[in-house]
Design a protein around this ligand. Structure first.
Ligand code: ADP
Length: 488
């Protein structure tokens, strides 16, 4: 062992040789059109915009900016496909297509993982082991439902809604596309999907997969563009349902816009999840759970455990171990298989994180930021923990959507529940305790759509996910996820 290694091991950190995944498997085209009626086509305005690699600010490809005329073309294609083909296919036939899509995602998993990491900035370990396998799993799961809708608990022969307009965010690009498309198709709807402007590439590869799967033309249309494209989709009169995942502000706007129409709506919005730690929780697992709860995907997670509520008796020890663990997180090249925390998705998001963390300091919280070296180009934010946070601080109330944890303390279970519920959001919470009875007591009183016990950020296609209050309404995943696309 060299002196340097010894020093590192004494500090509790290890040095790793680079282990980069090759980007050559990505095979990206220089530019992409819109996927409408089964084929790639140019935007009517011929307008294009660049999608960047946030880890080094290089352009990966240019994509089309869909106008309202393009949105109309996509909706017309989806309507025609619904009327002439998809509403006439049997559930077993729809299942066949969904199984094919799932298998093709698996076949192209490595390519999709690399593309996702290039376009989003997330560590390859996460896109490879979480995003892409879960996206395939969603198609497999809903393939199983397509011919069993009679048994889903929504009455005999439940009917689809028609054309679904689906707008998704940039934090889990392919996975969010799968969450939207798989249940909609299983239930018999046709779709127009709009990926986020900073992460359109995996959805465009999915379009190629839909072609490979010989999905009938028009059943799924994928249109790229910014918020104006999303707004045109929301406003289109021939769309029967809007499914949106994104910020609470845009969700509120969409709710207002569809309020005077017969469109159905589901919204999956922001969050400020509380991870509640009792003194009897097994400390090693709990520290890993806290880390995973906030630093997974750079904290770009609507259900992130961004508020740590820790029982006062163990607060000092938990904070000490947490800060030490944060110091060990490997931040850097997202394509490196050893990387724990990748790049922030965009310059705009980085600005927002910086702005909110500056409030953390000015409002009096104590800041611990990892001393890790950050790359010189690209968008980076070192993992950060704020202690001495009070409930009125902006970092305890607003969604930061970045690698920033706010630590608050409590004494009794009642106080923990009151603090956890003291938010306008209600998406997810975690409870860490050895006592099942205590976990259940707390869980019953938390106002959130998802409660994890002794774990965090665990996703499964069979399990419904969604929020209450300003985190939105409607569920995705599980049998419940079908309801959002059936006329029930
Ligand atoms: P974030 O603030 O995290 O980037 P947004 O809610 O702005 O999230 O974006 C989520 C998705 O909503 C993206 O696909 C974006 O293009 C789209 N979007 C933004 N503004 C609107 C709007 N006014 N109407 C419909 N969709 C929108």
């Amino acid at each position: 062992m060299t002196e340097h290694d010894l020093a590192n091991s004494q500090l509790g950190s290890l040095s790793y040789d680079p282990a980069p995944e090759s980007a050559s498997i990505a095979h990206l085209r220089p530019s992409y059109g819109l996927f409408i009626d089964g084929a790639f086509t140019e935007a009517s305005s011929h307008e294009q915009f660049a999608t960047l690699n946030p880890s080094n600010e290089t352009t990966l490809a240019t994509v089309a900016q869909a106008s309202s005329a393009d949105v109309d073309r996509a909706v017309v294609a989806a309507r025609r496909a619904y009327d002439t083909v998809w509403s006439k296919t049997t559930g077993a036939q729809r299942a066949k297509y969904l199984f094919r899509i799932a298998r093709l995602i698996q076949e192209r998993a490595r390519e999709l993982a690399v593309v996702e990491t290039l376009d989003n900035g997330k560590p390859i370990r996460e896109s490879r082991d979480i995003d892409i396998p879960l996206a395939a799993a969603h198609f497999f799961y809903y393939a199983g439902w397509a011919d069993k809708l009679d048994h889903a608990g929504f009455g005999a022969d439940p009917q689809p809604l028609g054309v679904a307009g689906q707008i998704i965010p940039w934090n889990f690009p392919l996975l969010m596309a799968a969450w939207k498309l798989a249940p909609a198709l299983a239930a018999g709807n046709t779709c127009v999907l709009k990926p986020a402007e900073t992460t359109p590439l995996s959805a465009l590869i999915l379009a190629e997969i839909l072609q490979q799967a010989e999905l009938p033309a028009g059943v799924v249309n994928i249109i790229t563009g910014d918020g104006s494209t999303g707004a045109a989709l929301v406003d289109h009169p021939d769309v029967d349902k809007i499914a949106f995942t994104g910020s609470t502000d845009v969700g509120r706007l969409i709710q207002q816009r569809v309020a005077s129409s017969p469109k159905r709506l589901t919204l999956e919005l922001g969050g400020k999840g509380a991870n509640i730690v009792f003194e009897d929780a097994p400390i090693d697992e709990m520290i890993e759970g806290i880390i995973d709860g906030i630093f997974f995907n750079q904290g770009h997670v609507c259900c992130a455990g961004s508020r740590l509520l820790v029982q006062e008796s163990v607060a000092d020890e938990v904070l000490r171990r947490l800060v030490r663990r944060v110091e060990q997180l490997r931040v850097g090249d997202p394509l490196d298989k050893n990387t724990d925390v990748g790049a922030i998705n965009s310059a705009a998001q980085l600005e927002r994180i910086k702005e909110l963390t500056a409030f953390g300091e000015s409002e009096g919280a104590t800041r611990y930021t990892s001393s890790c070296a950050l790359p010189e180009t690209g968008y980076w934010f070192a993992p950060t923990v704020f202690a001495d946070v009070s409930q009125s601080h902006r970092i305890a109330r607003e969604e930061i959507f970045g690698p920033v944890l706010s630590v608050l303390t409590f004494r009794t279970p009642e106080e923990a529940v009151a603090k956890a519920n003291n938010t306008k959001y209600g998406l997810a919470c975690g409870v860490w305790s050895e006592k099942g009875s205590r976990t259940l007591w707390v869980a019953e009183r938390l106002r959130a759509g998802v409660i994890w016990a002794n774990t965090y950020n665990r996703f499964d296609p069979t399990s419904p996910f969604g929020g209450v209050r300003e985190s939105g309404f409607g569920r995705e995943g599980g049998r419940h996820g079908l309801e959002a696309y059936l006329d029930v």
